[in-house]
Design a protein around this ligand. Structure first.
Ligand code: COA
Length: 153
């Protein structure tokens, strides 16, 4: 399905091998400890992983990585390219992941986020995620605690 965001159209599709290089570049742009190209390339054939890409034509604008297991699902990563931010792309990716998880009878979704990441916190709060706990010194580069957020379906 084509979605409209301000001045652009994008689609949300499953992560495929043709997206790996672009997603790897996005990981390096966004995170101090980016996923490796090999780890990303392993996802399309991992039966527990539901990775989605937001693409505008041939360009990868953002992506989300979710693992589903039994009744739960966990967001492993979510990123949108700088020039495509504040257009609703992350919200669309997360909503698509949630709808897919619900259709497979998952019961809740959980994630970790840096308390300093106001953009991500704003996004998760706008979607009804609630604080469920804290992990001390969870992140490195730079070291920071993690907030654990959860949303029940
Ligand atoms: C966090 C991130 C994924 C948000 O992507 P995005 O596509 O810009 O987010 P959206 O446009 O879907 O925003 C949806 C809502 O989230 C909130 N939000 C998003 N960015 C925000 C910001 N910079 N400041 C405050 N709230 C923000 C707002 O409520 C926004 O709705 P609005 O634009 O109508 O006000 C993006 O900033 C990013 O890639 N950051 C670097 C990687 C990262 O931190 N990932 C999350 C790891 S937990």
């Amino acid at each position: 399905m084509t979605r409209r965001a301000d001045d652009m159209n994008f689609e949300i599709v499953p992560l495929q091998s043709c997206h790996i290089d672009a997603v790897y570049e996005l990981e390096k742009e966004c995170f101090g400890n980016p996923w490796s190209r090999e780890d990303l390339a392993a996802q399309p054939s991992n039966e527990n992983s539901r990775f989605l890409v937001a693409a505008s034509g041939d360009e990868v604008c953002g992506y989300i990585g979710v693992y589903e297991l039994f009744e739960s699902c966990e967001v492993a990563n979510l990123a949108v390219k700088k020039e495509f931010r504040r257009k609703g792309i992350a919200k669309a990716l997360l909503n698509e992941a949630i709808e897919g998880a619900k259709s497979r009878k998952r019961e809740f979704i959980t994630l970790e986020v840096r308390p300093s990441n106001t953009a991500a916190l704003g996004l998760y709060e706008s979607l009804g995620f609630e604080k469920a706990g804290m992990r001390k010194d969870f992140y490195s580069s730079p070291v920071e605690d993690a907030l654990i957020l959860t949303k029940k379906f």
